[in-house]
Design a protein around this ligand. Structure first.
Ligand code: OAD
Length: 249
């Protein structure tokens, strides 16, 4: 499944960038966005994941995110998440730039990570920008009563999910740090993303242009499949298991 030169490049990498998307968490039971059963096939992003949607109906938005938060809390990291935590320990310089908000990379032990799109377990104050991890109590809300929605303990203002919504720009220091890292990496590995969101996909294109060897893991072709040097066309769990065992032999 893994070409010998790709395994060697990963084994010898001094600086390894990994970009992940929803596909890596599919085996943990978390729906992707655009594939079969994907969230954006069943829900309208403009009603749930934009600043104006929140302004219009914060209760509806919170209810949707709390439903997703529960799914994430009930899920557990799968062997692909764990394999990335192992890879991090083997490589001198490592960065995981994830688009996922499910917290599974953190729970699998990945430390050197940037959560480009936020974290579904976190809330952010709409006034003072205070960020905190929601408790279960905060999440039991009556969507029709704004007073029961999460509020900031510091300033009392309404809180919102700490998620990067459509139409918003990346938080300072997130995507720039990832691009800086991509400039100097010798291997770029992308797992389980359609590439539909421009900047994270551009990280791999950037790494490839700068001479990094690039590998994609995805059972389906994505917008990055024509950019990468190697396409491992299978699920993340199977591919990462095979990679770790190839690195061990
Ligand atoms: P998508 O739903 O767009 O793409 C998921 C990708 O995972 C597809 O290319 C699938 O082929 C692939 N896939 C499915 N099962 C897989 C498996 N078992 N192993 C590996 N890959 C698999 O999700 P993203 O690319 O992550 O933004 O979407 C990017 C962003 O769009 C998300 O972060 C989200 C969304 O709007 C925010 O919420 C801010």
């Amino acid at each position: 499944m893994w070409p010998k030169n790709a395994v060697e490049a990963i084994s010898n990498a001094k600086q390894l960038l990994v970009v992940t998307g929803a596909g890596i968490s599919a085996a943990s039971g978390i729906p992707t966005f655009r594939g079969e059963g994907g969230l954006w096939r069943n829900y309208r992003f403009d009603e749930l994941a934009t600043p104006s949607a929140f302004e219009r109906d914060p209760g509806l938005v919170w209810t949707w995110y709390q439903m997703r938060r529960k799914v994430c809390l009930n899920a557990t990291p799968n062997p692909a998440h764990h394999a990335l935590a192992t890879l991090e320990q083997r490589c001198e310089r490592f960065l995981l730039a994830t688009q996922n908000v499910d917290g599974l990379h953190r729970r699998a032990g990945s430390l050197k990570r940037i959560c480009l799109h936020g974290d579904i377990l976190d809330a952010r104050c709409t006034r003072c920008q205070n960020i905190w991890t929601l408790t279960d109590e905060e999440c039991i809300a009556d969507e029709n009563d704004p007073q029961t929605l999460p509020h900031c303990a510091r300033c009392g203002a309404l809180a919102r999910p700490h998620i990067l919504w459509f139409g918003e720009t990346y938080w300072p220091g997130t995507i720039e740090t990832a691009f800086q890292f991509a400039s100097g990496c010798d291997v770029g590995l992308v797992i389980g993303t359609s590439g539909a969101v421009g900047p994270p996909a551009a990280l791999i294109e950037h790494a490839a242009r700068r001479g990094a060897m690039t590998v994609e893991i995805n059972p389906n072709p994505s917008s990055l499949s024509s950019v990468v040097e190697h396409l491992i066309q299978t699920g993340a769990v199977e591919a990462m298991r095979a990679l770790i065992s190839a690195l061990d032999t």
